[in-house]
Ligand binder design. Sequence first.
Ligand SMILES: Cc1cc2nc3c(=O)[nH]c(=O)nc-3n(C[C@H](O)[C@H](O)[C@H](O)COP(=O)(O)OP(=O)(O)OC[C@H]3O[C@@H](n4cnc5c(N)ncnc54)[C@H](O)[C@@H]3O)c2cc1C
Length: 372
Amino acid sequence: MMDQIKWLGRDLLRVVVVGGGIGGAELLRNAATRGGLDLVLVEPKDRIDCQALYPDYLGGRIGIEEMTVPLDPFCKKMDVVHVKERALKVDFDDKRVICEKNYLDYDILVLAPGAVQNYFEIDGAEKAFSINTLKETVRARQFVEKNRPKKIAIIGSGPTGIETACFLAEHTHCKIYVIEMMDRPLPTLSKNASTLMDKILKGKGVEVLTRKQVESIGEAGVTFADGSSLDCDMTTWTAGIKPAPLIENLDLPKRSGWLSCDQYLRVQGREDVFAIGDCAWIEIGGKLATKTGMEAEIQAKHTARNLARIAKGTNLKPYSIRASTDSPVALISTGCSCAVGIYGDLCVPIPKRIIYTFKSWIDKSFVKRFKV
Ligand SMILES: Cc1cc2nc3c(=O)[nH]c(=O)nc-3n(C[C@H](O)[C@H](O)[C@H](O)COP(=O)(O)OP(=O)(O)OC[C@H]3O[C@@H](n4cnc5c(N)ncnc54)[C@H](O)[C@@H]3O)c2cc1C
């Protein structure tokens, strides 16, 4: 039988936050100091982690302690109740979140369960290494250290694929291939960015294979739709994300599977449900928000302020997108303590140490702010 998580009996707005990643944790940090809110976090993991540092970890540059922080001391300090379970479904009529063992009622629900790797049902892809969760990244690093692969294929040439290739090129002596289905690396960013990255990768001896659609992945390597194949002893999959399974189970308005939000970051048509971060489709004034940590963080801060407004009975303020898909902002590590900065069509023509130092500072300070 399920138990109900009891609220503290205070006359406060009961807010349940599902997901304690970048969006959820940042929202709690900002909401907790505002008063008028009784906060509960539903999160199965016991650490907050910064995905942006996974490639650094994979390359052996940092340890787990530098990219993660324990969740419970932070929740205790913020007076947030942590329910260490996965949310399974939501009863929107009764305003109730049903978790694995317990259920809890809310006044306001904030959904921030993020995204998971999308394998597009490609045969064998799920067995490849992924750099999308801490567990998978740890598994990938252990494999590299133990088996010392000679040839590694990285599927997907988005920022994660590129960073993974650069860190592995820096820290191993293996031959690295980056596989891309489109006609250029970094296909979602500008052509200038692709040209620069192509040059950087070539300079590191990384081979970029474009217009290659993966058909299957097996122990011996990768097979492509054009009939060709690539032998390798490790395959890493970085080619795409999809909404977390919880989102798939919720009967709410969606765009391409993501939760469709209004200008206040509430799910369309629901005044009591907000969605932030990767799980949300946020399109305001013709701009579409990118699925980045930077956006998740700003959305979280904005939502914390709006929650305080609800508690006070004042009007919500509309959100304004910072990093949109038409002018994306990206700092991409290229190994050897360097990174490139990209903003829309503009990019710094050579990788710079100062950009890596800046990126590293941003990522590490995200982790530090939750340390107690
Ligand atoms: C390798 C990598 C590198 C990246 N680098 C950058 C970068 O340099 N800059 C940048 O801006 N962005 C970067 N990103 C993207 C960024 O990490 C994400 O956009 C950001 O984490 C999204 O935040 P979120 O809160 O929506 O989701 P997440 O941070 O993924 O958090 C979601 C949380 O929800 C929890 N959860 C999931 N399902 C449930 C459930 N049913 N019940 C309860 N909890 C649940 C999960 O355990 C997780 O803790 C990178 C991503 C990856 C994978």
